[in-house]
Write a protein that binds this ligand. Structure first.
Ligand code: DOR
Ligand code: ZN
Ligand code: ZN
Length: 352
């Protein structure tokens, strides 16, 4: 078979650590990793340092990203205890509002019901409220989405009971959408023991039953998203390893491998990396194409990665399907391992 052309692909969940953590990743290395992975639009999370919760922080992050990005991007605002009005007023300049209802990396944790309600009451989009919630807090998020009729996107769903709850909630009209990561689709707690800190993220890897449940409920999974969360090897090997794994350069090869095995169709992939992200996040998608060789067999290695952290939980895995070229707004942006467009080529999709 020859090569196949895919439309503009978007990853709606990445952490580029810029500003404040650029030794892990910055907008240049992160967007180069995106292009190498066949992705031309990334939505960056607000748990940076400082967190993206006020206008000044959003403006400063946009300035940095406009200077460094090689592909297009949108920026999330973070929900804090006292910024509901300000966040709502900034809605058109952000991809969405991210709310953390569980402990993970960074300072943005909401556990105060009045503050949660203030955001659900005031947020006017156009993007959704995107939620990090696990277990019982996922039910709380769905209840808030219903009560305030607020479009709500549930990040990195990972457990059998969670996807079952989402199925029932969608069937009864809750205004929710959801995403699943490649690591939860392709790895389990057995891999977590093998990988140690390099297989540790939030939500943690589930059981084989959880993993199977995600595949069985593909029809209620709106998007695939990486939760690309780079940390250095040194940090991962330290006393208190931070949660998170990179994923931008491996998502498409892993999904293409599943296509080659007949577990997914190419249309399933395009739906969840192009159509649904564009629809849910109101993305003004750039004209772009990724040329892939569906038959190329290769092994994922740390050495070939563009992400600054330089490692992958999928290293050593043999995959089938490779990104050959990426065009962005008519320009050849990536070809066989090389990023060909300069820093600053990427555009802010929500420049306002
Ligand atoms: O594993 C994770 N890492 N989960 C998150 O929710 C945050 C992320 C990070 O920023 O490192
Ligand atoms: Zn999260
Ligand atoms: Zn995340």
């Amino acid at each position: 078979m020859g090569t196949i052309i895919l439309p503009a692909l978007a990853d709606v969940h990445v952490h580029f650590r810029d500003p404040g953590g650029t030794h892990k990743e910055d907008f240049a290395t992160g967007t180069r990793a995106a292009l190498a992975g066949g992705i031309v639009v990334v939505l960056d999370m607000p748990n940076t340092s400082p967190p993206t919760v006020h206008e000044a922080a959003l403006q400063e992050k946009a300035r940095i990203a406009e200077e460094k990005a090689h592909c297009d991007f949108g920026l999330f605002l973070g929900a804090g205890p006292d910024n509901a009005s300000e966040a709502s007023a900034l809605g058109s300049r952000a991809a969405g509002l991210k709310m953390y209802l569980g402990h993970t990396y960074g300072p943005l944790l909401m556990n105060d019901l009045p503050a949660m309600i203030a955001h659900f009451q005031r947020w006017r989009g156009p993007g959704p409220i995107a939620i990090h919630a696990e277990g019982p807090m996922l039910a709380a998020a769905i209840a808030l989405a219903r009560a305030y009729d607020q479009p709500t996107h549930l990040c990195h769903v990972s457990r059998a009971e969670e996807i079952a709850l989402i199925r029932r909630s969608k069937a009864s009209g809750a205004p929710i959408t959801c995403e699943v990561t490649p690591h939860h689709l392709f790895l389990t707690e057995a891999d977590a023991s093998r990988l140690g800190p390099f297989g540790f993220m939030r939500p943690t890897l589930g059981t084989e039953r959880d993993r199977a449940a995600l595949w069985e409920n593909l029809d209620v999974i709106d998007c695939f998203a990486t939760d690309h969360a780079p940390h250095t090897r040194q940090e991962k090997l330290g006393e208190n390893p931070p949660p998170g794994v990179p994923g931008l350069e491996t998502i498409l090869p892993l999904l293409l491998t599943a296509v080659s095995e007949g577990r997914l169709s190419m249309q399933d992939v395009v739906q969840r990396l192009h159509h649904a992200p564009a629809h849910i996040y109101h993305l003004p998608m750039p004209a772009a194409e990724a040329e892939i060789d569906p038959d190329a067999e290769w092994e994922i290695t740390d050495e070939a990665l563009h992400t600054r952290c330089g490692w992958s939980p999928f290293a050593g895995m043999k995959v089938r399907g490779r990104v050959r070229r990426v065009w962005l707004r008519g320009t050849l942006a990536y070809e066989d391992g090389q990023v060909l467009v300069p820093a600053g080529f990427g555009r802010n999709l929500f420049a306002g």
